[in-house]
Design a protein around this ligand. Sequence first.
Ligand SMILES: CC(C)(COP(=O)(O)OP(=O)(O)OC[C@H]1O[C@@H](n2cnc3c(N)ncnc32)[C@H](O)[C@@H]1OP(=O)(O)O)[C@@H](O)C(=O)NCCC(=O)NCCS
Length: 444
Amino acid sequence: MLTKRNIILRDLGDGLSMRRSSAEDADALSEFNGMIHSEDEADRLRLIAWTRDLLTRPHPTFHADDFILVEESSSGRIVSSLNLIPQTWSYEGIEFGVGRPELVGTLPEYRGRGLIRAQFEEIHKWCVARGLPVQIITGIPYFYRQFGYEMALDFVGRRFGYEANVPKLKDGEAEKYAVRPASKTDLPFISSVYDQAVQRHMVRCVRTLEIFEYEVTVQDVNAINRFETHVIESAAGEPLGYLQHSNYLGQTGLTAIWYELKPGVSWLDVTPSVIRYLWNKGQEYARRGGKECTSFGFMGGADHPVYRALGRDLPSVREPYAYQVRVPDLPGFLNHIRPALEKRLAGSIAIGHSREIKVSFYREGLRIVIENGKLTTIEEWMPSPQEEGDIAFPDRTFLQMLFGYRSYDELHAAFADCWCNTEEVRVLMNILFPKKLSDVYPIA
Ligand SMILES: CC(C)(COP(=O)(O)OP(=O)(O)OC[C@H]1O[C@@H](n2cnc3c(N)ncnc32)[C@H](O)[C@@H]1OP(=O)(O)O)[C@@H](O)C(=O)NCCC(=O)NCCS
């Protein structure tokens, strides 16, 4: 059994030590996270429930020792902590491991002493050991750049409508589609609809049946990231899609985290019933919490079928924020997704092409060799004043292109030190790394 003694990772000096968590930490760590991360009392209780879930309930990918904590050796008081939630994502369908740091926090009086930096160094080692080549975090702006991250992938765009945008049923008209709570037997259907829906996206989070089961049957109903999961069905009881939303109001109303329909079902036809459901549920939550609900929304990323179905009836747009992404072994990752890159070449005007591309990141770089449309070499390469390469990206900005977040032209417009000296290379790089839609919701 893991005890506090055998999970100590490092003595940090100044009477502080860093160690891994165990289920015994559930009370102290949930109080700590509730205090550090909450905006109000309801939020605090939801953060407590989430931390307790992670430490005490069986999670598909997270174990009770996947938090790190820094504590005062004398008193045992937690002064800083974070965790790593492992998961699987895919790039054009090619799966890869992802480490997601979360619940990153330090007591105010201990901030600015490098305690988070030390814990990040540690979890980055875990990622190597566990085969998680990419790390992502949905964090505060800028901070994680200091640990090797780049803002390089869309994160949760939303659109909202208001009471005037809620379609009314005519007198005597019955609701054509029902929204009812999902049970365990609905999960294979929901998971297959999810798998179909995310084909729209270049980067996807793999949500296995086990993960849906965790969300529906294991998570504490009060956890901050728990969704109510519903099936949308026809009057005859045929399942057509699913809907997930929180069981509390956001700033102004209730937002669907997921709303997806199976292929062959009209979004125009089903969506009015879904909006009425969301609106009524939002009013119910408002009455329960003594709040006002003035909007309904969909968290569909930058683009989603429901946005097109509703058009001007979703008048408010909240553009996506960005994941901060780290790929410490870029040649390794590019070699892993090579089949996807070769498929892009094969489907392009550069089919069967051959050419070497030297990509400069100024202090390091990549050499990519294309032979008859195959990527025969992707390796580290070092630029020099004598050999500056064919295309250059400052710092880690290339990650924005790799994850389809920005095009070469957008990066070139934003950074004067992003350049390309041959049109052939610019064309090839745009084919290899096109700007493409992603809307990934991670495992929590
Ligand atoms: C953000 C937070 C986690 C930083 O914790 P910390 O223990 O002070 O972090 P570290 O000391 O390891 O910071 C590493 C570096 O970042 C700097 N830094 C600290 N907070 C920063 C911030 N908000 N933005 C930019 N840099 C910051 C530190 O000064 C330090 O710089 P140095 O290495 O040059 O000395 C802490 O302020 C906190 O708990 N905030 C409230 C909760 C929160 O916002 N968590 C993040 C959620 S994503």
